[in-house]
Design a protein around this ligand. Sequence first.
Ligand code: GRF
Length: 200
Amino acid sequence: MRLAVLLSGRGSNFASIHEAIAKGRLDAEIAAVISNRADAPGIQRARDWGYDARVIDNRQFPNRAAHESEIRKVLDEARPDIIVMAGYMRLLSATFVAAWMNRIVNIHPSLLPSFPGVDAQAQALAHGVKVTGCTVHFVDEGLDAGPIIVQRTVEVRDDDSVETLSARILEQEHIAYVDALRILAAGNYVIEGRRVRRMK
Ligand code: GRF
C-alpha cells in the first residue's frame, strides 16, 4: 500500500506511521510527504528520513483550486493508494475529495460526531464529557465527517487541562492511525453507507 502524507505541523502521527512501517508493523510505503507550510517540523522529519518531501505553500497560490492542482501533480507522480491527512490544516475541495473517494483518511482528536472542527479537546472539556478520544475516518465533503474506521477512547480527568488531555489523546491517535492503516492495507473491509465493516 502506497501512502501520501499531507501535514501542516508537528507530524507526530506521520512519525508513528513511519515507525510502524520501519519496524514491520505496517505493510506500507510512504511515497510522498506534502506540507502546506515550509516551517512544519513534520516536513523536516520527512527530509531527515529520506522521503520525497514537498512544501506546497497555499499562500503562494491565488485560490484553493490552483493549490490543489499543484498537490495533484505530486500525487500523480507518487501514485499513492491512500492519502493520509496527518494534521493537515486545510479543507480539501469537493472536487479533490470526489477524485479520491474512499481513498483519503484523516484523524481527529475527538469521538466523532462529537466536537468536529478546531480545538476538539477544548470543546470536549468545555462540554464536560467524561470520555473522549480520537477517530480515524474516510474523508468526504463534510467537515470531519465520512465513514469511521477506528476510534479509541480516553477518560477525561477532573484535573485535566487542554494540554494534559490532548497529550493522552495523542498517544491513542498514534495507535489508532496505524491500526486503521493496517485495516486498509489488509483490504478486507467494506464501506456500507457510513459503516466500515471488516470481513472475516
Ligand atoms: C492531531 O491532534 C490530529 O488529531 C489533528 O491534528 C493533530 C496533528 O498532530 N488532526 P501531529 O502533527 O500529527 O503531531
